[in-house]
Design a protein around this ligand. Structure first.
Ligand SMILES: C[C@H]1O[C@H](O[C@H]2[C@H](O)[C@@H](O)[C@@H](O[C@H]3[C@H](O)[C@@H](O)[C@@H](O[C@H]4[C@H](O)[C@@H](O)[C@@H](O)O[C@@H]4CO)O[C@@H]3CO)O[C@@H]2CO)[C@H](O)[C@H](O)[C@@H]1N[C@H]1C[C@@H](CO)[C@H](O)[C@@H](O)[C@@H]1O
Length: 403
């Protein structure tokens, strides 16, 4: 939590700008980024102190998995961090609970028309702005050029193409694909590949267990049962990244947050391509992160200026240069260093056509039932159809006011 500044010298009781407009106070920032990203985000965050000597930035790295609940628990006890790295689906959730500061007309929002439409849409709730976009992302196919050449196969554009080439991969002693079974985000390309979706928010209808949804569960299950893909129902991130780095698998589905580690492991052998199409279509989900300010931050001015600095075009360009993460400001894509980044040049068009999502408070709660049904199917305790139906039933319970 932020501590008041001034106090003993009769200065202003809380943070904020003093007489000369200089900032004071402490900005505690909770960041969920992974180890490789954190080194850059921490350095950038701490440099804010160079510009504002009266401000202390307290950078805290918190794991992705329980960050959403940790923030809500802390906010409920009025001990939340001043600034929170907020996943795109958490904004409506946190805002609906009153935990985020409405940022319209504050210093946190600068050149807001420069933000990409979809990331900006994730910061809106009931007509107000509750976060500022940081990075945007989608999933893509990461492949090992050397292993595909050894097998004598092309980069697959469809799941069927991987199946058709299965013998070639096997002859080369390579497992084609890693499929994450422990993170429901990775199910979405299969769902979109069958022309399905979790829900139809416009029609307020649950669709995850319709024919397309069942086909998606069957696609995922068949890839694993046929040996074309390997999976895990826990520790998927570590297992996938090490299998890809060690050349145990030729391909994985992943996002920009994996580029730095994948490039370090494969160098020039790393290639990226759209996620393979399913039986009906091709598609990948939209993800990403924003900066949220805790509604009860005592150092509001310092928090607003910190968010403005972190979300600025200059900071976004630096983060992209160091990590190949995707900016959320249109202007940053015109920076020469960003234009020359081949990963960004691949991912930007992929993000532009990524599947839009319903930015509703319940959106974030649709993933946990999917995680449990994916796990039940992949461990053999549920058929694909049963897994689809169980997910649909869980959604109808969550979205009872939709009936
Ligand atoms: C189950 C969870 O479902 C949803 O999450 C969706 C999410 O909405 C989707 O957008 C997508 O997120 C992408 C993300 O966009 C993409 O950027 C990337 O993030 C990278 C970073 O880039 C990288 O820097 C680094 O940080 O690492 C990050 C992680 O890789 O990949 C993310 C996907 O991993 O997919 C998520 C689903 O996974 C809920 O929101 C909850 O999180 C929920 N978990 C809670 C559920 C509670 C019970 O209700 C349980 O009690 C609690 O303990 C659990 O916490």
């Amino acid at each position: 939590a932020a501590t008041a500044c001034g106090g003993d010298d009769g200065g202003d009781s809380g943070g904020g700008s003093g007489e000369g407009g200089e900032l004071s106070g402490t900005v505690t920032y909770w960041d969920t980024s992974n180890e490789t990203e954190a080194a850059v985000f921490e350095a950038v965050a701490k440099e804010f102190e160079d510009q504002h000597p009266g401000v202390t930035v307290d950078y805290v790295n918190v794991g992705f998995d329980d960050a959403q609940n940790r923030f809500k628990n802390a906010a409920g006890a009025n001990e939340a961090p001043d600034v929170m790295r907020t996943e795109v689906a958490w904004v409506a959730d946190f805002a609906s609970l009153g935990y985020l500061y409405p940022l319209d007309d504050t210093a946190a929002l600068e050149d807001q028309e420069d933000f990409l439409a979809e990331p900006w849409a994730s910061t809106q709730y009931e007509g107000q702005t509750y976060a500022v976009p940081q990075v945007t992302d989608t999933l893509a196919l990461f492949y090992n050029r050397a292993l595909l050449e050894e097998a004598g196969v092309e980069v697959p554009e469809s799941l069927d193409q991987i199946r058709e080439d299965a013998a070639a991969y096997e002859d080369a002693g390579t497992t084609p694909l890693y499929v994450r079974g422990d993170d429901p985000y990775w199910f979405l390309p299969f769902l979109y590949g069958e022309g399905g979706d979790l829900v139809d928010a416009g029609a307020q209808e649950v669709t995850v267990d319709n024919a397309a949804g069942v086909a998606a569960f069957e696609q995922m299950n068949d890839l694993v049962e046929s040996g074309v893909a390997i999976t895990d129902t826990s520790d998927g991130w570590e297992n996938m990244m090490s299998a890809f780095a060690d050349g145990d698998i030729a391909m994985m589905i992943n996002g920009p947050w994996a580029i730095a580690d994948a490039q370090a492991a494969l160098g020039e052998d790393l290639g990226v391509a759209p996620v393979p199409a399913g039986g009906e279509a091709q598609g990948s989900p939209l993800g990403g992160w924003n900066y949220g300010v805790y509604a009860g931050t005592p150092d509001a001015d310092a928090s607003f200026e910190f968010v403005k600095y972190m979300a600025s075009a200059e900071t976004q360009a630096r983060i992209t240069e160091e990590l190949s993460l995707l900016p959320t400001r249109e202007s940053v894509y015109a920076e020469p260093a960003v234009e020359g980044n081949e990963m960004v040049q691949f991912f930007k068009p992929a993000v532009d056509v990524a599947h839009e999502r319903p930015w509703i408070p319940q959106a974030q709660s649709l993933f946990e039932p999917l995680r449990t049904s994916n796990e039940a199917m992949l461990t053999g305790s549920a058929s694909p159809e049963q897994a689809a139906n169980d997910t649909g039933d869980a959604y109808r319970d969550l979205l009872e006011d939709w009936q």
